[in-house]
Design a protein around this ligand. Structure first.
Ligand SMILES: *Cc1c(COP(=O)(O)O)cnc(C)c1O
Length: 391
């Protein structure tokens, strides 16, 4: 059987950027200009993302993790404050709470969508809960209507970690318009890239001003904000901020990439549809279930296995796919299982849906630049492994 199916000579990564000549030219133009950091491209990029999403304000950061740190600062997360988030996410979604001295609290996921289960959020509320960090895992928006309701009822801030979901929508509303602040990441595996980069979008002017301060040492020259004014040179440090600025070089790349976002998302949806068609009817495989209100922008495609229907474990299935040069991955190890978390108060934490999800999942390659042959080689490799190991 394997002889008739396409095999790969080189490893197909699980994610990758798509840069073209016009992207490269945009960067070169900045290098030839007067400003290579904090010039006109930053604001252009910020405005472009804000307009795309449909919000008033955007603040670019040097990466998405710094942006989340900024969001936690603006949300005034303090020591003893609890922030509820999902364990099935990248480390940064909860590390940002630790940066502020706060306490991440992990609520279990829905067993079908793999997103935070609103009922589990409610079960974790205490009088110290200050915020919710909702993550749109794989690009599928979390149940933001229910999460907004919980936040409203309990006076909580919502930070929307949309690192996976630029271009997605929920109940017809674009991701970026939910909650108080939304974070996007521009790491090369994400929807558009600036090399490293991140952004917070918000409709809240007060949060916007705090984010601007935080990005730049807590420092301002804005005459309207100064406590006093010694003269035209005068600046004030009003908060303890960081140097989390993005460069104009990166922002120019972002501006250029934004023009292609809808195309990138359409291509991601197309590839996911191919996978769904190929694997949807196969016994023992679970394709990613989509909530009826969600329109995912498909950062990841996660395929799950009913392991009791296979002769080998997930590790062997994973290794067989890697041996076929398919750059499969696992997203994610539940955050609380990390040694750092285990040593810092999370040894008793256990989310059963997150654990069983983690034990049975494999992420397939998914990025817009994949060719038809790339997609077919992934499908062929999965079918091969399935034939070989299905009980
Ligand atoms: C990528 C990612 C981040 C952080 O983004 P960086 O730009 O790499 O710092 C945060 N949360 C999630 C869920 C991510 O996937």
């Amino acid at each position: 059987m394997s002889d008739s199916l396409p095999t790969r000579e080189t490893l197909l990564p699980y994610g990758k950027q798509w840069l073209e000549d016009d992207d490269i030219e945009a960067v070169i133009n900045v290098l030839k200009s007067d400003f290579i950091t904090q010039g006109p491209q930053i604001e252009r990029f910020e405005r472009k993302v804000a307009e795309y999403v449909g919000v008033k304000y955007a603040v670019a950061f040097c990466n998405g993790t710094a942006a989340l740190h900024g969001a936690c600062f603006a949300a005034d997360i303090k020591p003893m404050d609890e922030v509820i988030t999902t364990p099935v996410t990248f480390l940064a979604s909860s590390n940002c709470v630790l940066y502020m001295g706060g306490k991440p609290v992990f609520a279990d996921i829905d067993s079908q969508t793999y997103n935070l289960d609103p009922a589990q959020i409610e079960a974790k509320l205490t009088d110290r809960t200050k915020a919710i960090i909702a993550v749109d895992f794989t690009g599928q928006p979390a149940e933001m209507d229910r999460i907004e309701m919980i936040a409203r009822d309990h006076g909580l801030t919502i930070i929307h970690d949309a690192a996976h979901s630029l271009g997605a929508s929920y109940q017809g509303r674009k991701v970026g318009t939910f909650g108080d602040m939304t974070m996007f990441s521009f790491h090369p595996v994400k929807h558009i890239t600036t090399g490293e980069g991140g952004m917070i979008v918000t409709d809240n002017e007060k949060l916007y001003k705090l984010l601007l301060l935080f990005r730049n040492h807590g420092m301002t020259r804005d005459a309207a904000l100064l406590e006093k004014n010694d003269g035209p040179w005068y600046y004030e440090m009003q908060e303890l901020g960081f140097n989390y600025r993005m460069t104009d070089i990166q922002a120019a790349l972002g501006v250029s990439q934004m023009d292609k976002l809808d195309l990138f998302v359409a291509r991601r949806r197309e590839i996911a549809e191919h996978y769904n068609m190929a694997f949807g009817d196969m016994e023992g495989l679970i394709i990613p279930k989509q909530h009826e209100d969600a329109n995912s922008s498909w950062h990841l495609y996660v395929l799950r296995f009913h392991l009791n229907q296979f002769k080998v474990g997930r590790k062997e299935l994973f290794e067989a796919l890697r041996a076929a040069n398919i750059g499969v991955n696992v997203h994610y190890i539940p955050v609380y299982k990390q040694p750092y978390y285990q040593k810092h108060g999370y040894s008793e934490t256990y989310c059963s849906n997150a654990e069983s999800y983690y034990n049975t999942t494999i992420s397939l390659p998914l990025f817009p630049k994949m060719t038809r042959e790339d997609v077919e080689s992934v499908i062929a490799a999965v079918l091969n492994v399935y034939e070989k190991y299905k009980a």
